[in-house]
Design a protein around this ligand. Structure first.
Ligand SMILES: NC(=O)c1ccc[n+]([C@@H]2O[C@H](COP(=O)([O-])OP(=O)(O)OC[C@H]3O[C@@H](n4cnc5c(N)ncnc54)[C@H](O)[C@@H]3O)[C@@H](O)[C@H]2O)c1
Length: 388
């Protein structure tokens, strides 16, 4: 880590309110000199476009290395975003190359666990796109291993950092909804066309899409104790860019029931067959994607939980519902890695907690087992809750 840019220096260079907010919330500028976190990205496909721009808006991050098994992709991103990083085609070469503090794992989902382990073994901190491993056991072993090596691992998504999540959590904790009973979350679109791994074993709509709602609902209602689910494959074949027709071997349609403490039950539905004219961008999405019901009030999140617009709160028999948190204060779904780099720079613990990611991973695995065997599956994992 190097000492470089100052607050004044940075604010001169950017007017991004979101970044200023993020930095002040992390109290990064408590001192004038800043720690620079050297970042390496592995996987330079679709999502790297969103990550790179956000990382580049931060004064305490330097992207020093880009790696992709399709090396031309690493080179193309280096050029497109004028990064000036070194490029590699394999994690071994990446680890032998430029020194770095934090690896961002943005590859095919099925590769995350193995790549994260190699990076931890090399003494690197890791931010992993979801899921952080393919199975709960693999994920737990990674977390334990990181601890033993004195490094850290965190996993996407970053939904708990939005102001809307914050508002919903505080409203629940203040008892404004009364005795909680039920909640619902949903997220779907017609499925990615650019890569086949989404439809291959251990891909599927749960780790890609349902994961957001699972993180939101457990974040709001507390850890789940057990899971019942039904999953299916609706489209047996898909057309993938540059590959043509492929067979779908993992669920593309899932309904998951979660039992929380005190009799609270929540439900998540996700899939790759949901017509959604707003597509992946979800900019104008007005769907009530998260709904929470108690006996004194209910709350609906407008937009998706990863791209929230506002929260409608209804607690009166006579007054109309009120709209809250229309200002996202600069939250962006791809901000997780930037926040983690900030946490490493400042030693301030971030709200995103790997035990929460691990809990969601256990839910996904339990949902698969429940659907396959037609049983209710008990969960063992937990995480510090309430989150705020
Ligand atoms: N695309 C999005 O909008 C989006 C949004 C949020 C999260 N995600 C998550 O991000 C991850 C990546 O998704 P994507 O859409 O960018 O996929 P993608 O197929 O566009 O990119 C993945 C890249 O990883 C590379 N790769 C695969 N195995 C590798 C290895 N062993 N070493 C180095 N590189 C390797 C591939 O060549 C490819 O360039 C997934 O976990 C996905 O769920 C994607």
């Amino acid at each position: 880590m190097h000492q470089q840019m100052t607050r004044a220096n940075f604010l001169e260079k950017t007017s991004l309110a979101s970044v200023a907010l993020l930095l002040s919330s992390l109290e990064v500028f408590a001192k004038e000199e800043q720690t620079i976190i050297n970042v390496a990205i592995i996987g330079c496909g679709s999502v790297s476009n969103r990550y790179i721009v956000h990382l580049q808006s931060s004064p305490f991050i330097k992207i020093v290395s880009l790696c992709d098994i399709k090396k031309d992709r690493a080179e193309a991103q280096n050029k497109k975003y004028n990064i000036g990083a070194s490029t590699y085609n394999h994690i071994d070469a990446l680890l032998k190359g430029n020194d770095f503090d934090l690896m961002l794992t943005l590859t095919d989902m099925q590769m995350h666990g193995a790549l994260n382990k190699i990076a931890l073994q090399a003494g690197k901190n890791v931010w992993s796109e979801k899921p952080l491993a393919n199975t709960y056991a693999e994920g737990k072993a990674l977390v334990d291993f990181a601890k033993s090596k004195g490094v850290r691992i965190w996993g996407a998504p970053a939904v708990v950092t939005s102001t809307q999540f914050e508002f919903m959590s505080k409203t629940i904790q203040a008892g404004k909804l009364g005795k909680l009973a039920s909640a619902h979350g949903q997220y779907g679109h017609t499925g990615p066309t650019w890569s086949s791994f989404f439809y291959e074993p251990l891909g599927g709509s749960m780790p890609d899409l349902g994961v957001y709602n699972m993180a939101t609902l457990t974040g709001l209602l507390g850890p789940a104790k057990s899971v019942m689910a039904m999953t299916s494959i609706v489209n047996k074949e898909r057309e993938i860019d540059e590959k043509g027709i492929i067979k779908v071997n993992e669920e593309d349609n899932a309904h998951i029931l979660l039992a929380h403490d005190n009799g609270v039950i929540s439900h998540v539905m996700c899939g790759f067959n949901y017509f959604d004219p707003f597509g992946h961008e979800a900019k104008n999405q007005t769907l009530h994607s998260i709904q929470i019901f108690g006996d004194k009030g209910n709350m609906r999140l407008i937009g998706y939980d990863w791209e929230p617009k506002s929260v409608v709160l209804d607690t009166s028999w006579t007054e109309p519902p009120q709209v809250h948190q229309t200002d996202d204060k600069g939250y962006q779904w791809q901000e997780g890695a930037t926040r983690i780099a900030g946490a490493l720079a400042t030693h301030i613990e971030p709200r995103i907690n790997v035990l929460h990611s691990l809990h969601v991973l256990e839910i996904i695995e339990a949902a698969r087992k429940s659907s396959k065997e037609g049983i209710k599956v008990k969960l063992e994992s937990s995480f510090p809750w309430p989150m705020l």
